[in-house]
Design a protein around this ligand. Structure first.
Ligand code: GCU
Length: 678
């Protein structure tokens, strides 16, 4: 087992603290989170020659050139407030936080600003998070699972929380994780897999000590711990004959059990539930709705200020490919939209960003627009299950921005980011949740550059209007400075060249035009054009000799397009109006169908597959060229090089399998006569 203190600094490179650490700093306030900030300041000033100049501030006269203060004015007692104001006047930078968490987030804001926080005077700027809940879900198993290993869909080693069937004895790394997450504003973590196996179920009861320890470890960073629980817990843990959510004994069991959790963890966040999904138990067994199911848990946590994240990932995973009427894309909307208005205020319906399952390209889930009277959270997947499994570079922020910017009700209507943010303090939304990509790997994320995805998730949950390239730039600046001169321009430019558009490159060389799921079954890595076509998990491309795509129109298909409000239902219904990148998600068309781009579907497939693979080859050359320059640590360079070799191999495999498959099906040659294996 790797040492728990042997890990990469990620976006807390010591050099990133230089600007702040060389100042004369005053920290004003008391409490756990203020202490965290004080320790941060002490560490930074000790390293870079600054000083701490007492707790009373006093501005320039008192000698401080940076004041970090908790606003203790009587009209401002918002202990949970996460917002802060930064100003610079007469050569003194002041951070005034509205609550202790705001002080912590403001501190890291100043770290991001670096020297520019100490430049010219400027008036007060107020900052606060767009989303109240900014959460990471860990799909970590306490015990190594026989099929899924320790971290389900984990590509970065074992769990940072659990080892050998128990909580790790050394939580140094969990603490460091909390610090990294505080630096990007994440304020909630669920610490176990949504597929709750026997050992993990017991975290709720006789293994609660472990959760207490994690909560203690993460609390100084403003992070609340949540648990994934089994809907069948009253039966499997409580010994009751039923888990029927309307049974009074079941309700009492959840209330009592939850009471005991809060007695030990007063700031416990709440429950995450995957019910009636891929074999997990749920309310359907008792003829109850998902609102009934969610509400019994919501009622249990409500007196303590907790929430329930109830996942909308409910579909039939025992389909028959011969049956053309079942459409997995429809399932979440069919199940959940009719329940709008029936969920408690503290029950959040957590919806994957697309209707199927974290494919590289899907339309935005229509469920997010169908439940205006329900708190909705958007779920993203930072772990790269379907986007190269942290062997490929695939910077996901541009995809997430597209989702967050989508306006389901058309121009002038709300964006998805606003649906998740909710309607203000009295009507909070469910925020953003994402499946973490972290493990006990030295670099945290297997591929060192995959750290950028975790970084970007937190930053977008804080401010969904941030530009992905600007986020990447921040991450580079905080991760790769080697000395006072910061990050070399060459490294910065190279990283932008190979990462900015890497999601679109992944899309280019994998499944075309939104069709999805052409992956190897079960492990989901690499091409498997027909991998799922005849399985119980759904059918995805319907390719024949004439054409390809799934007809989800109302006129001739599954009717899925009608789940969107206008104007999108019409746009998606129409072959002519449907955006190219989603054409095969919504329509079955001929290979010679002409896209808006002017290319035919088949030529588009060939072109994008050659281009995507070429871009990866170019990325590898650009990265290799850094070896001669002294701009990055050798260990990072070596790990990324090794992964790029695999990415090139895999992208070429994708290119050749997809091109050959469609050449064989269609018989139409590449207009440019490039090499397609026959
Ligand atoms: C995907 C993934 C599973 C996971 C599931 C979920 O299907 O492959 O491993 O359990 O999503 O989100 O619950």
């Amino acid at each position: 087992m790797s040492g728990q203190s042997d890990f990469h600094a990620a976006w807390s490179a010591p050099e990133a603290f230089r600007a702040l650490g060389s100042r004369r700093v005053t920290v004003v306030g008391d409490g756990l989170l203020v202490e965290t900030v004080r320790q941060e300041v002490a560490q930074a000033t000790a390293r870079f020659g600054g000083t701490i100049v007492g707790d009373t501030g006093g501005g320039a006269e008192g000698g401080a050139d940076l004041i970090l203060a908790l606003n203790t004015q009587p009209d401002k007692p918002e202990p949970d407030a996460e917002s802060f104001t930064v100003a610079r006047q007469n050569g003194v930078t002041t951070l005034l936080a509205d609550g202790a968490a705001g002080l912590l987030y403001g501190f890291f804001h100043l770290v991001r600003l670096g020297e520019s926080a100490f430049g010219a005077d400027h008036p007060a700027e107020h900052h606060g998070p767009a989303m109240r809940l900014r959460m990471l879900d860990h799909w970590d198993n306490v015990a190594v699972h026989d099929v899924m290993g320790q971290v389900e869909r984990g590509y970065a080693g074992g769990s940072i929380f659990w080892a050998d069937g128990a909580l790790r004895s050394d939580l140094t790394r969990v603490r460091a994780y909390g610090r990294l997450l505080a630096a990007i504003g994440v304020n909630a973590i669920s610490v176990n897999n949504v597929n709750v196996h026997a050992v993990e179920a017991r975290l709720l009861t006789d293994r609660l000590d472990d959760v207490v320890a994690l909560a203690d470890c993460l609390r100084p960073y403003g992070i609340r711990v949540h648990l994934s629980v089994s809907f069948a817990a009253p039966v499997v843990l409580g010994g009751l004959p039923t888990a029927d959510p309307l049974d009074p004994a079941v309700r009492a069991w959840w209330a009592d059990t939850t009471q005991q959790v809060y007695a030990r963890i007063p700031d416990f966040g709440g429950y995450v539930v995957k019910a009636d999904s891929e074999g997990q138990p749920g309310p359907f067994a008792y003829g109850r709705s998902h609102a009934d199911g969610a509400n019994v848990l919501a009622d249990a946590v409500a007196p303590h200020g907790g929430v329930v994240h109830w996942r909308a990932f409910v579909y039939n995973h025992h389909q028959d490919w011969r049956d053309r009427s079942t459409d997995r894309a429809r399932a979440a909307h069919d199940h959940f939209a009719p329940l709008d208005g029936q969920f408690r205020d503290n029950a959040i319906v957590q919806v994957k960003n697309g209707p199927i399952d974290f494919q590289p390209r899907e339309p935005v889930s229509p469920v997010l627009a169908a439940m205006p009277a329900t708190r909705m959270a958007v779920e993203f997947q930072v772990t790269q299950e379907y986007t190269g499994q942290q062997r490929h570079i695939c910077y996901l922020a541009p995809m997430w921005r597209e989702v967050l910017d989508f306006r389901p009700w058309g121009d002038g209507g709300a964006r998805i980011a606003e649906v998740a943010a909710g309607g203000g303090p009295d009507e909070p939304g469910g925020g953003l949740a994402a499946v973490s990509n972290v493990g006990d790997d030295h670099f945290w994320t297997g591929h060192p550059l995959a750290q950028a995805n975790l970084y970007a998730f937190g930053r977008l949950a804080w401010d969904p209007t941030l530009d992905p390239a600007a986020i990447l730039d921040e991450w580079i600046g905080l991760t790769f400075p080697r000395d006072a001169s910061g990050v070399s321009d060459l490294l910065r430019d190279t990283l932008h060249s190979i990462m900015d558009d890497s999601w679109r490159d992944y899309e280019r060389y994998s499944a075309p035009l939104g069709v999805g799921f052409m992956v190897r079954p079960s492990d989901h890595y690499g091409p498997g054009v027909d991998g799922y076509e005849y399985t119980q998990w759904g059918t995805y491309h319907f390719a024949d000799r004439d054409g390809i795509g799934v007809d989800r129109s109302v006129a001739t298909g599954t009717g899925y397009a009608a789940q969107y409000p206008e104007p999108w239902s019409q746009t998606y219904e129409s072959v002519d109006q449907c955006p190219d990148e989603l054409l095969l998600f919504f329509h079955h068309v001929r290979y010679d169908h002409v896209l808006h781009s002017g290319s035919t579907v088949i030529q588009h497939i060939y072109d994008t597959h050659f281009t995507g693979a070429e871009h990866v080859q170019r990325a590898r050359s650009l990265w290799a060229a850094l070896a001669k320059e002294d701009v990055i640590d050798a260990e990072v360079h070596a790990r990324v090089s090794e992964r790029l070799d695999e990415q090139v191999r895999s992208a070429e495999e994708w290119r050749d399998q997809i091109n050959t498959y469609f050449y064989r099906k269609s018989g139409i040659p590449d207009a440019l006569g490039r090499e397609i294996y026959r």
